[in-house]
Design a protein around this ligand. Sequence first.
Ligand SMILES: [Zn+2]
Ligand SMILES: [Zn+2]
Ligand SMILES: [Zn+2]
Ligand SMILES: [Zn+2]
Length: 353
Amino acid sequence: MSSSTRKKRPKEKRPDPMQDLVANAVDFLTLGTEEFTARPKHSIIAFHSAVELFLKARLMQEHWSLVVSKTPDLASFQTGDFISVSFEDACHRLAKVVGSPLPESTRRAFDIVRKHRNKLVHFFQDIDEPTVREQIAVEQLNAWHGLVGLLKRQWCDVFDRFELDLEAMDRLFAEHRLYLKTRFDSLAPELAALKQAGKVLEACGRCGFEAAETQAVVGELQQTKCHVCQFAPRWLMLECTNCEAPFRVEGDETSTCSGCGTEFDQGDIAEIVDDDPVTYDNYDHSTPANCSFCDGHQTVVSFHDHYLCTACLHLSEDLSACGWCSEGNNGDMEDSMWRGCNFCDGRAGWDRD
Ligand SMILES: [Zn+2]
Ligand SMILES: [Zn+2]
Ligand SMILES: [Zn+2]
Ligand SMILES: [Zn+2]
């Protein structure tokens, strides 16, 4: 922020807009959880607003203009007369401007909450059905789990000063968890049959119920899928190149072999799993490609006839090239000639300059 904009915005006018935003977000989260049983429709709408406000607060911390959809104007912003950034754009700005993208599972959980809210606002849905209530419980718990990860870890330097009582907020989800318990109980015969068939069910890392089934995805890529809350974390089961002990890679910045303590970064992991590495005489390659899901640069490699992002463990069937910068990408590259990809602004950006 330049000193000239600071002068134009006297402190007494807006003491702490971030404080207002965060307080609002907490209010909506409380409302969303309180209305869950009595008025699920209100719950969905309020809960969605809470998620949106937390994202905006993070953008606002960077700069107020990031909260505005287009042509930011400080005067209109201060009177609240502006169109807010869309969810897609907020995700993009968090990745590209703030440099702290939503983890893929969190983005997906938020998107489900958003879509459910939109469906409700624009179409009729009978949400008094117990199965729908159960679905809302799962959706909101998943989004809450993602939100806690952001507030407590990824964005803690921004949100620490608001002294949010995350434990008290977590207790607001007691009713939601009751629905999961009902779901767990109703799944009992199905889970027993799985065990009978030799499947291993572990305690889920998110909901705690013994309903997480380990499944092989492709090659060394595995996942546990929880039958109760649908939490499905993925990991790679690799062999340490130093001591040959098996070690688990969960898509973190670095992974450490528990056998010998060797640390591997994402580049090392990419090297280990890449089935089709670039060599001196085959440099004309579609991989390493970029990842649209975590904004990884050159993190996508060939993996057992598929493509795997070694940063977020997203698996895709094929790659496309960006129509503008022609770099390989695992996302949808339709219209990329105009819109660009997550690493270029396309023709639209060119024309703007
Ligand atoms: Zn679970
Ligand atoms: Zn080792
Ligand atoms: Zn990725
Ligand atoms: Zn591009």
